[in-house]
Design a protein around this ligand. Sequence first.
Ligand code: NDP
Ligand code: HSE
Length: 430
Amino acid sequence: MNGKVKIGLMGLGTVGTGVVRLVESFQEDLFKQTGSSLEISRILIKNPDKKRSIYVHPDKLTTNPDDLIYDDEIEVVIEVMGGIEPARTYILEAFENGKHVVTANKDLLAAHGDELLRKAAEKGCDLFYEASVAGGIPILKTVVEGFSSDRITQIMGIVNGTTNYILTKMTQEGLPFEQVLREAQELGYAEPDPTSDVEGLDAARKMAILATLGFHVGMKWDDVACKGISEVTQEDIRYGKQLGYTMKLIGIAKRDDDCVEVSVEPTFVANSHPIANVNDVFNAVYVYGEAVGETMFYGPGAGELPTATAVLSDLVTVVKNSKLGINGREMAFPYHEKRLKSPEQIFAKYFVRLIVQDESGVLARIAKLMAENEISLEKVLQEPYGKEDAELIIVTHSASKASIERFLEEVQEFHIVKELKSCYRVEGGE
Ligand code: NDP
Ligand code: HSE
């Protein structure tokens, strides 16, 4: 790469707009760091009639991907369109034509990361995707480079800004789910199909990428046990508060004896844990290294400019690599065999909310069933529910996922149990 690096930008939505803004406003610093001026020479869009929030010269805009992929002057393609296809095909074609690629596309990485990395390496091209996880937090470089001298045993965090925004507003302001989701969409945090955010799929993709890089095991997004926040109610949140917990969508990746578990689920976090205070669109990722112990990374997890900074930092790395002649040599391929834990090997504390008949002996019968399933009780809360029933909230000590699943199935067979309202994982606390 010489004095001027030409870039093809695929997508001019929330993130693409941020990239254009930052390339323009940070031009001088970028030049000083890379020794090249960076120019976005073509921009691929879908709808030429759409009103844009920034001015772009009309000659730069195109609806034809070949104008970027087959332009010999373009050396780097930034893909911020989203989705699997046609993004996958365009990126593979870009590699075929010797172009380096920077992307923010976790859907694509979590499903086809291996294929893309191999093609990039085969063609001597870079493929970087810092923006795909935790928006503005440079967590992938941290995990790959910062922890290269350690052995990561656990990664836990809030990695979806939209759901954290929704849960924060539901918890602090008692606002309804639908209203807050609309706000998150207007702010550009949500995916084009917000089901990805709400049902935990976006976080599952990010956790698959983090676990792959952190544990050197090839994880796909469907290896992640995933549950979203659409069934979380104001009652759950209120009972959690009474017991000293805050509801968060938590991703957890753990490695024990070379077996891994990765999950994303609504989780009650003890208020004493710092992650309980990570609010709004902010993300936080805890990384536990065998040697270093606990570390925490915090920052905005979505949005135009935070995400664009992550894209640009990858772009700077591509240009620097080119100056050093090391493009295509930094690829991190998984080298451990994938062995997923069984439900018997996964341990956590749980919050269980049941509607039961309000009569003597009920708690004793439920406690006996728990003991039979090797589950011990940590906290119990009971409140009246209608005229004859009671709402029973139980927090367990650490128990296996298999035990809890068995208990939940068996307890619903008791005639004294009217309804299983909810069950959530609990993190933090004693
Ligand atoms: P947007 O929906 O805001 O923008 C998508 C852009 O891509 C639009 O400009 C659209 O064109 C263009 N586009 C989509 N499909 C095509 C196609 N087939 N051909 C040509 N152009 C196309 O998405 P975001 O900017 O929010 O997200 C982009 C990527 O970044 C996604 O992978 C997302 O997961 C990821 N990401 C997003 C974050 C955020 O905060 N929003 C944070 C981190 C990652 P047009 O404008 O003409 O419709
Ligand atoms: N929709 C995603 C989120 C964007 O809310 O976290 C950032 O990846």
